[in-house]
Design a protein around this ligand. Structure first.
Ligand SMILES: [Zn+2]
Length: 120
């Protein structure tokens, strides 16, 4: 399952960040997920829930933000969001599109809880 290896990589980053900041807990994680990232949000969430058990992210909430697919037409230069899986420029109908966003998954934000009340 694709999502398991994504979550494995995600947890490496989480634990590294938590250690860097001397955090006791990871409380929330926000991911920006492109519509074309090939990731199934439900599978990602269940992989996350499975993985977090016994780690400092055990109580962490996972927020997934959908990122629409944005394209730029190489023929006429128009930028637009793709609403369906029809990859044609809506201005000139050219299929020669450059995909600007929506194909990857990005770790946007990690919320940590530290022992030091001054840092909270
Ligand atoms: Zn066009």
């Amino acid at each position: 399952m694709h999502e398991l290896s994504i979550v494995a990589g995600l947890f490496e980053t989480l634990l590294e960040q938590a250690a860097t900041h001397g955090a006791r807990k990871v409380t929330a994680v926000t991911l920006r997920m492109g519509k074309l990232s090939g990731v199934v949000p439900e599978l990602l969430e269940s992989a996350f829930d499975m993985y977090k058990k016994g780690t400092i992210a055990e109580e962490a909430k996972l927020w997934v933000v959908d990122v629409p697919v944005r394209i730029r037409c190489r023929a006429c230069g128009k930028e637009a969001e793709i609403q369906s899986y029809v990859f044609l420029c809506d201005a000139c109908a050219s299929p020669d599109l450059e995909i600007l966003q929506g194909t990857d998954m990005v770790l946007e934000r990690i919320e940590l809880e530290t022992d030091d009340p001054a840092a909270g």
